[in-house]
Write a protein that binds this ligand. Structure first.
Ligand code: PLP
Length: 403
């Protein structure tokens, strides 16, 4: 299929083992088991004509390198670059395109990505077309214009639409375009876009990879070594590399990525199922439900369905009251942490998209997005139910009488 070597072929170990052992007992000075935190901004040279392995922390840092190598191994990449934020990671591959080059991006990507690409295109950094990547006709029309870079975000934020990665990669190869996949929603634990033929994977490590909502960070992983070096050059040149302490914390979070996601997915699936059977709900967007239009794609290209879901409630439900009434879910942007969060994308995560762009992406005013955490499933369901009871304006006793 492609020339990416799987982890097991390369090292004979599973991904969980890579996440757990990265940087462990690597300290030759003091034999510390936990990787050391190297905060130094600069490093001494033995001789002015002999560049040391690390010379300046913007260009390279031992703590950050442990994280870069771990994430590269987890995605099957040749090289990884850890950046200060997820947005810096999303932006980095756009240094590879020239003015006049066409970029294709999903019409329903993360609001910050939509804003970044629109602003760069407006300044003439490249030409930009947003396209519904689930629409085969729209895709073939877009590819006929010979794009140079194609951004994929699957599942998409916030509607959990599924894009067939291998199909886009095939179209991109014909057109001579590079493919970049934002894998934030699933993390390397549940999806490996390089294995499906993509050239670059980006992550907001703020989300599942760190998983504790206490670091903002990002990562860019390239399948090809030369491409990875080029991206690392740009990261150093533009100064977007991640801080050592952030890298230290993110590596610490990575240790438990696989167990966290397994549990979070189980609970999210249960909540999605319960809500899909609730008369006060009109639509549940969760790829694990058989009714989800991307369910078969998800089964094929993912290793799990993830822990994000979005919901549209019946007209009778006042969604603002619903959010206000929740006790365990915290109203906040972001996702992927140990704690359950809830938001209304139209006024929160995707507020930077204008109304027309929101409408085109299908983001309604009443859409509610849930990031399911590690609390007990029954407590989360009870919290949702008590708040729904109060927010449903329908006099349900009347419904019961008339039924
Ligand atoms: N990509 C996706 C899919 C996201 O959801 C986000 C943030 O929510 C980002 C990128 C940006 O990441 P950060 O907030 O770490 O800059």
């Amino acid at each position: 299929m492609n020339n990416v070597t799987t982890l097991q072929q390369k090292h004979g170990v599973h991904q969980e083992t890579v996440a757990t052992t990265a940087g462990v007992a690597a300290d030759t000075a003091h034999h510390s088991v936990a990787p050391a935190l190297h905060l130094s901004a600069t490093y001494g040279w033995n001789d002015p004509c002999e560049k040391p392995g690390f010379d300046y922390s913007r260009s390279g840092n031992p703590t950050r390198q442990h994280l870069e190598q771990a994430l590269a191994e987890l995605e099957g990449a040749s090289k990884g670059v850890v950046t200060a934020t997820g947005m810096a990671a999303v932006d980095l591959p756009f240094n590879l395109v020239n003015p006049g080059d066409l970029v294709l991006a999903p019409h329903d990507c993360y609001g910050g990505t939509h804003r970044l690409l629109s602003a760069r295109a407006k300044r003439g950094h490249f030409r930009l077309q947003f396209v519904d990547q689930t629409d085969r006709e729209a895709l073939s029309e877009a590819f006929s214009q010979k794009p140079k870079l194609v951004l994929i975000e699957t599942p998409s934020n916030p509607l959990l639409r599924l894009t067939d990665i291998e199909n886009i990669v095939a179209l991109a190869r014909q057109a001579g375009a590079i493919t970049v996949a934002d894998n934030t929603f699933l993390s390397p634990a549940l999806q490996n876009p390089l294995q499906l033929g993509c050239d670059i994977v980006v992550h907001s490590t703020t989300k599942y990879i760190n998983g504790h909502s206490d670091v903002v960070g990002g990562a860019v992983l390239a399948r090809d070594a030369a491409l990875g070096e080029e991206l690392a050059w740009w990261a150093n040149c533009t100064g977007v590399t991640g801080a050592p302490f952030d890298s230290y914390l993110t590596l610490r979070g990575l240790r438990t990525l696989f167990v966290r996601l397994k549990q979070q997915e189980r609970t999210a699936h249960a909540i999605a199922k319960a809500l899909s059977e609730d008369e006060r709900v009109s639509n549940v967007y969760y790829p694990g439900l058989e009714t989800h239009p991307g369910h078969d794609i998800a089964k094929r290209q993912q290793k799990g369905f993830g822990a994000m879901l979005s919901v549209e409630f019946a007209d009778a439900v006042d969604t603002i009251e619903l959010l206000r009434g929740l006790g365990i879910f915290t109203i906040a942007e972001s996702l992927g942490g140990f704690e359950s969060l809830v938001c209304t994308p139209a006024t929160m995560t995707h507020a930077s998209m204008d109304k027309a762009a929101q409408k085109a992406a299908g983001i309604s005013k009443g859409l509610v997005r849930f990031s399911v955490g590690l609390e007990h499933e029954s407590d989360l369901l009870a919290d949702l139910n008590q708040s729904l009871d109060r927010a449903a304006l329908v006099d349900r006793s009347l419904t019961a009488v008339s039924a």
